[in-house]
Design a protein around this ligand. Structure first.
Ligand code: SF4
Length: 550
């Protein structure tokens, strides 16, 4: 039969591991199997056209929270145009949410794990008298490596997903993984072999979807060790539980080359009472120490997560969590918002706890017993602001110092006031406009000392990513520009003598930085007044301190 395995990804850079699993499980059967990966950005009419032209006899829909609404629109239209198609749906959203089941109305619904049930269906040509099948768990080790050489073109430059373990030992009340009854890990040798196959596909990032990768510490270390040894530029992304990191991990991870490993770290809250109520075992004091150790001893970019709307959390508690996490200076903080997901322990008591949430996926909370709707909206704006001003990495030098003089959340609220439009909403800004807003914020309500230091930091941040030797007016780079004009030839020669052998440095393309704050010059320039940022092939511009001869 002609089978179309279909997924709807959040972005074109993503891919859907489930589709590749299902394909690999039935390759020995005589079906004609195709994978179709759509994105949420594609109009439903376009998706419909592609499916209509493919004329599948079986359409398999992978339904997640983020694409549930899309499927609810698409499936009824498919059914009208291809009435004989057998629609099989599976995935976490449709497994647990009755409303989604009623809206999608597949011919066959696979609840829970899909692999074994799908294989059994394919063996009998998708003939099935039951409308709902409960999927038996197939041991992870029995599922073959999901990708083939022929996927290379499709996956090139995308994020590719891989599952080295399945299940989570934790029972956080808001999470669907709290239902997992078993945790299993692939043997280390199998993972090592698979890692080489993944690299050969040349994706942009290899993302391990394991819920808490380091729940078996010894096993995790053996895999990290292999990842560190690999010869590749492709980064590996892991979700780790911060409480479970130990000295042995830091020693190992400190050997990871720049860009090889990325960490996503769920913190959710720093308050013991909240964590207890969410059934999440975590100790902020330990997490803080571990974050600091990762930051200081490794080159791993840290993406941290907090959740707004957890039980017993009002504005003060959220504020304290954001302050505490940002003070550890992570590369990114994602301020997420609690979702009440059908099938989670929290969903069973959410009404009793006073939650009001959206009926539409992703079922985000609208109000809690501690937070009014407009307070949640305000935190959403702060989350957007963090994305624009912190997570881009554009202002990392400014933030490093600014948050030692003012609490991070106070800084964010001050910046928010400057950024809100007349409609009191946040609108996306270009990079240069964000620099202008930052300069405005740094010039307001500060001592001369702080202002001078932070404006130097802002200029430094500008130079790190400047594409040409130019400063916008609000940064006042006149001294640096004059200096460059006067010494261009001499600096170029000096750079060539000193760094000419380094192929990644372009010695004729540089922007000059001139410090005006003595404190800043001590922190960044070893007391000198000038530096140049030379353009570099693979990364941002590289700072080089100029000697006093200039
Ligand atoms: S939130 Fe993370 S640690 Fe908690 S149950 Fe879910 S996957 Fe496990």
């Amino acid at each position: 039969m002609k089978v179309l395995l279909t997924g709807v990804n959040a972005s074109w850079t993503h891919s859907n591991l489930a589709l590749y699993y299902l394909r690999t499980l039935i390759t020995d059967l005589s079906h004609e199997v195709h994978i179709l990966e759509l994105t949420l950005k594609q109009p439903v009419s376009e998706a419909l056209e592609i499916i209509y032209q493919a004329k599948p006899e079986v359409l398999c829909a992978s339904v997640y929270i983020w694409n549930a609404e899309y499927w609810k629109q698409l499936i009824p239209e498919v059914r009208k145009l291809i009435p004989k198609v057998v629609i099989i749906a599976g995935g976490p959203e449709i497994s647990f949410n009755q409303k989604s089941r009623d809206a999608v109305k597949p011919n066959i619904l696979i609840e829970g794990c899909g692999e074994a049930a799908f294989r059994a269906l394919a063996e009998r040509n998708f003939a099935c008298s039951e409308k709902v099948i409960t999927g038996e768990r197939m041991p992870l080790e029995q599922i073959p490596f999901p990708y083939t050489e022929s996927d290379k073109a499709r996956l090139h430059g995308k994020m590719i997903y891989y599952e080295a373990s399945r299940g989570c030992a934790c029972r956080c009340s808001y999470c669907l993984s709290a239902r997992d009854e078993e945790c299993e890990q692939l043997p280390v040798e199998r993972v090592k072999t698979d890692l080489h196959k993944l690299i050969a596909l040349q994706p942009k990032v290899i993302k391990l979807v394991d819920r808490s990768f380091n729940q078996n510490r010894k096993w995790a270390r053996a895999i990290w060790q292999e990842v560190i040894k690999l010869e590749t530029d492709i980064p590996f992304h892991f979700e780790v539980h911060p409480d479970w990191l130990e000295e042995e991990d830091f020693q190992l991870l400190s050997q990871a080359p720049q860009g090889r490993i990325q960490f996503e770290i769920g913190i959710q809250s720093v308050h013991p009472q909240t964590l207890r109520m969410a059934n999440r075992k975590s100790d902020w004091n330990k997490v803080k120490m571990n974050l600091e150790a990762l930051r200081m001893r490794t080159a791993i970019p840290l993406h941290t997560d907090l959740i707004v709307g957890l039980p017993k959390e009002g504005n003060d508690e959220i504020r304290a969590s954001v302050d505490a996490v940002l003070q550890t200076y992570p590369h990114e903080l994602q301020l997420g918002f609690l979702k009440i997901l059908a099938g989670t322990p929290l969903a069973e008591k959410a009404s009793e706890l006073g939650y009001i949430w959206s009926e539409t996926a992703p079922y985000q909370v609208l109000q809690t017993s501690e937070l009014e709707f407009d307070e949640i909206r305000l935190w959403e704006k702060i989350a957007q602001l963090i994305n624009q001003y912190w997570n881009t990495g554009d202002f990392s030098t400014v933030w490093r110092k600014a948050i030692t003089w003012r609490e991070p959340v106070q800084c964010l609220f001050e910046l928010l006031e400057l950024n809100l439009g007349e409609d009191r909403q946040l609108h996306p800004l270009s990079r240069i406009k964000r620099f202008e807003q930052m300069a405005k914020w740094l010039r307001a309500n500060r001592s001369d000392f702080e202002q001078q230091y932070l404006l130097d930091a802002l200029n430094w941040d500008w130079c790190r990513k400047a594409e040409e030797a130019w400063y916008p007016d609000f940064l006042d780079g006149s001294v640096a520009l004059q200096f460059r004009k006067r010494h261009y030839k001499a600096i170029k020669e000096w750079l060539q003598n000193k760094y000419g052998q380094q192929s990644k440095l372009n010695c004729s393309r540089f922007i000059v930085f001139s410090a005006s704050s003595g404190e800043f010059s001590r922190d960044y320039l070893q007391g000198s007044s000038n530096a140049v940022f030379a353009s570099s092939r693979n990364s941002e511009n590289i700072p080089v301190i100029l000697p006093s001869i200039f």
